[in-house]
Write a new protein. Structure first.
Length: 494
């Protein structure tokens, strides 16, 4: 976890603390893990039991049991960086680039380099711009929906702050939109109109959901508190669909006004799930609800109030297609499972039909922007690799997950329209991807994009050759292409 250890310098523009605190560094480090600790489903990621892989093992595509045939005939080629190249991406200092206007996030990728600084570049590796060179370590940068700005969290021993920057290597580093020594931010999510940034910060009541104007024209505002908190913006950027408190008497499932007091009309009594969902056309809501003692996946038509229900075991994770009224979801295979890892299914909101997409133990899935593909990540089953994830409803309790002791995962892509899928390759994720992103992929999928704008490629962080590396994956050819050393890569929305 060395990528996330803050430096010794004071946080830029950090408000003066009220009194010295010996716990400040611990609070800062724990902020990024708060969601993981608060959610029961995240616990599975701390208990992977990893054996050493056989030397010389080859990660070739493997045909597995799914609901659709897989084409495993395509070989996977990895294009490595030139041996003469430096493993780190250089800072942009070329006079030819200084003063040039930014490309407004057109087919660009932002990531965090090994020094903890923000870098953007074109998907072919050109036009590199190091946006920051500050006494901070940045985390989870997110493009604004209009592609003009990047929001990120910067932290060090002085605390943590939320920053918004233009995609340019020129200009002064901005002041934080929000900063606090003890109640630091740890997750952010742009409003659809790119005017506000919603974010979670530590709070005495668990977590605080805040809103702030992206241009800094107004102070941040605490909208509501709870623990944990998941949400999706409505398309009008005026309302937010909130799931707080997980399940039970203290939980909430409401649609609230962004400019209100954080209270709204109750939608349902939350069941066992994380992030709620709103269809692309705004007509359908999706969530889990406790009905007759069981947790059921519910899709409700907001126009006719007709509902579709699907009983599920364990937790459920869900995500709407960006172009159609189709809901992808996974759920645990046992009633008492605290995980959503399980088969991937597709529910048609209009007909209520449910189709099995994959019987793999899927740990995360992501819709392509055009709604044609689902990229899915599965964990290798017992006997298939160097990790056992689950046996029945029991999670293997082993050594805590640490850097260098990471699980091996498998990348699959499904063509939803054609009803076909294929395995691309196995890979070892970076520590932050495995422990912070994947356990909450359904929330991060709303705010951070792994797919290219044209739906032809993915960007993924992997541990290879003892380093955190970023690769572009062509989903048609299955080819991996090295992009840079670093973590937390995310594609611009256009």
């Amino acid at each position: 976890m060395s990528d996330f250890f803050p430096g010794n310098e004071p946080l830029v523009a950090m408000p003066e603390p009220k009194r010295p605190s010996g716990c400040r560094i611990a609070l800062t480090l724990l902020a990024v893990l708060a969601l993981l600790v608060m959610s029961a489903s995240g616990a599975i990621w701390y208990f992977f039991f990893r054996e050493k892989a056989e030397p010389g093992a080859v990660n070739a595509p493997v045909v597995v049991a799914t609901a659709v045939p897989l084409d495993a005939t395509q070989t996977v080629e990895t294009i490595e960086p030139d041996a003469a190249d430096s493993p780190t991406v250089p800072t942009v200092t070329s006079p030819a680039l200084v003063g040039q206007p930014p490309a407004d996030g057109i087919n660009r990728i932002v990531y965090v380099n090994e020094a903890g600084q923000l870098v953007t570049l074109a998907s072919d590796g050109s036009d590199v711009r190091q946006l920051t060179d500050e006494p901070l370590r940045f985390q989870f940068p997110a493009w604004s929906p209009d592609g003009r700005s990047i929001a990120a969290i910067g932290a060090n021993r002085g605390g943590a702050g939320l920053f918004v920057l233009a995609d340019s290597a020129v200009g002064d580093f901005p002041a934080p939109l929000y900063a606090d020594a003890e109640q630091g931010p740890f997750y952010l999510y742009w409003s659809p109109d790119s005017r506000q940034v919603s974010f979670l910060a530590n709070h005495p009541d668990g977590m605080g959901l805040h809103l702030v104007q992206a241009d800094g024209s107004a102070d941040s505002r605490l909208l509501t508190t709870g623990g944990p908190v998941y949400w999706q913006w409505l398309a009008d950027s005026a309302q937010i669909f909130i799931h707080s408190g997980f399940s039970g008497d203290a939980s909430r499932l409401e649609i609230v006004a962004a400019d209100g007091n954080g209270e709204g009309n109750s939608v349902a009594s939350p069941g066992f799930f994380q992030a709620p969902g709103i269809s692309a056309d705004g007509r359908y809501l999706a969530y889990a609800e406790v009905l007759t003692g069981n947790s059921n996946l519910v899709v409700i038509d907001t126009e006719s109030e007709a509902t579709v229900q699907q009983r599920h075991a364990g937790q459920v994770a869900l995500a709407w297609s960006p172009t159609a009224n189709q809901l992808a979801f996974t759920n645990g295979t046992e009633p008492d499972s605290v995980s959503f890892v399980g088969p991937l299914r597709l529910l048609d909101a209009v007909t209520g039909e449910v189709r099995l997409i994959s019987s793999e133990p899927i740990v995360a899935f992501f819709w392509s922007p055009d709604g044609r593909y689902l990229a899915a990540i599965s964990v290798l089953r017992s006997g298939e690799g160097d990790i056992n994830a689950q046996e029945g409803s029991k999670v293997w309790a082993g050594k805590p997950l640490q850097q260098g002791n990471l699980p091996q995962l498998r990348l699959l892509v499904y063509d939803v329209a054609a009803g076909e899928g294929r395995v691309l390759f196995n890979f070892v994720p970076t520590f932050t991807f495995a422990t912070q992103f994947l356990p909450f992929f359904d929330q991060y999928a709303l705010s951070h994009q792994l797919w290219s704008p044209d739906s032809r490629a993915l960007v993924l962080p992997m541990e290879e050759n003892g380093r955190n590396q970023i690769f572009i994956i062509n989903i048609v050819t299955g080819q991996k292409r090295y992009l840079a050393d670093g973590t937390m890569p995310f594609w611009s929305p256009r």
